[in-house]
Write a protein that binds this ligand. Structure first.
Ligand code: HSE
Length: 444
């Protein structure tokens, strides 16, 4: 049988990995897919570089639309990234009746509803395993392996750059800005690292997972996004002393009133496996009512790990493209007419309604009654304290210091309750600097 013909839009890190792994493992892949899968056309602005990466049998052009227009191409792999031209090309490929594989989490998290609807109308598949956690087959796990479950929550380290930075901050006791420079020098962080360090990349991925886990539309605009730029080395050390690590988590959690969708630094008990995921590695925990808690770990980026996910999608499409559309796995795991588009069904909750526990650090005057005032405010707000540490003033501010750090761990409360309590504490004349608040997830 004739091979499935694939056109790559972009042959950078992931594209070249896809080309190489497809060639290297072609026999094995063919035995699994039932027929060959071949890259026969590549579009890249740097035609000479692209030609040097592929064999003579591959047509290289500088116009992505020439790939889409080629009637022999069955699957278009979009590896351009971003929301601009990539969106136009994906929609045009769908309109031309091509199946699409993409690693573009930003595009799907923001425009997924439009893109999946277009694909549904045309009866083509849009596959995106590579968009979340690179080589970890988390989309497959959520969409198929865990399909029996009512998913309760998903929580993951889904950005390798920030996990590398946090690991280095903890290991070396360094502040964020110092480690960011090191990460850029080593190639773990981009020259413009904004999307990674501000939590946007993780929020794109969390948004996609929330849709698949709960049968809701992709709603990146409703995600709460907080990055790691304000974390200090001392909070990482205090967390460590309390038995926690700080990780940037992407969280999607079902509550009776709706879905929590949030990305922020979180204290995680050091004894949890996920707390020990170090460097640029990714890991995702999923809790389902039947299966309990499961954990998926691996490389979240890189040429061949991401190619592994792209090719898994190519194999799926190769197996299923002749199947009746109703027999295929739905794009977002739930049948399109069963997705809760109705706001009232399963709304994404505002951050003020999120329920979690907290780490608070207050720089206070070392005077009688300060601790009592602070704990009194928390008690009045109905917030229960789990643990308190007060540092010796000399340790914090040097010999003769009149300031100290007060570190408080709380039990669960509603974010709005905590906002009010923090505002109240901040107004005390004995609270000397801005209060640090880091959310805490037990992931039990
Ligand atoms: N920049 C991402 C990360 C990889 O650091 O994990 C691609 O999403």
């Amino acid at each position: 049988m004739k091979s499935i013909q694939v056109g790559l839009l972009g042959i950078g890190t992931v594209g070249s990995g896809t080309y190489n792994v497809l060639r290297r493992n072609q026999q094995e892949i063919q035995r699994r897919a039932g027929r060959g899968i071949e890259v026969t056309m590549v579009a890249d602005l740097d035609v000479d570089r692209a030609k040097a990466l592929v064999g003579p049998g591959v047509a290289v052009v500088n116009d992505a639309r020439a790939v889409i227009a080629n009637p022999d191409i069955d699957i278009v792999v979009e590896l351009i990234g971003g929301y601009g031209i990539a969106k136009a090309l994906v929609l045009e490929a769908i309109e031309a009746g091509k199946h699409v594989v993409t690693a573009n989490k930003a595009l799907l998290a923001v425009h997924g509803t439009e893109i999946f609807a277009a694909a549904h109308r045309k009866g083509v598949m849009v596959a995106f395993e590579a968009a979340v956690a690179g080589g970890i087959p988390i989309i497959k796990a959520l969409r198929e392996g865990l399909t029996a479950n009512r998913i309760q929550w998903v929580a993951g380290i889904i950005n390798g750059t920030t996990n590398f930075i946090l690991s280095e901050m903890r290991d070396k006791g360094l502040d964020f800005s110092v480690v960011l420079q090191e990460a850029q020098r080593l190639g773990y962080a981009e020259a413009d690292p904004t999307f990674d360090i501000e939590g946007v990349d993780a929020a794109h991925k969390a948004t996609l997972m929330s849709a698949i886990a709960f049968g809701i539309p992709v709603q990146f605009d409703k995600a709460y996004v907080e990055g790691i730029t304000r974390l200090g080395a001392q909070d990482i050390q205090y967390a460590e002393q309390l038995g926690y690590r700080i990780k940037l988590l992407g969280i999607a959690k079902r509550r009776s009133s709706g879905i929590e969708l949030r990305v922020h630094p979180s204290l995680v008990p050091a004894k949890r496996l996920i707390a020990n995921v170090e460097g640029a590695m990714n890991a995702v925990m999923v809790h389902g009512d039947a299966v309990g808690t499961t954990l998926y770990y691996g490389k979240g980026a890189g040429s061949e790990p991401t190619a592994s996910a792209v090719i898994a999608d190519l194999v799926d499409i190769t197996r299923l493209h002749t199947a009746d559309t109703a027999q295929r796995v739905p794009h977002l795991a739930f049948q399109p007419d069963a997705i809760s588009f109705n706001e009232g069904d399963l709304p994404v909750l505002p951050m003020s309604e999120v329920v979690t526990s907290y780490y608070l650090r207050l720089r206070v005057a070392d005077q009688a009654g300060v601790l009592a005032k602070v704990t009194g405010i928390l008690a009045d707000a109905g917030i229960s304290i789990d643990a308190v540490i007060q540092r010796e003033a000399d340790e914090v501010g040097g010999e003769g210091s009149t300031q100290t750090d007060l570190i408080i761990l709380t039990h669960d409360c509603v974010e709005a309750q905590m906002d009010a309590a923090i505002a109240h504490m901040q107004a005390l004349p004995t609270v000397l600097t801005a209060i640090t608040r880091i959310r805490k997830e037990e992931l039990a």
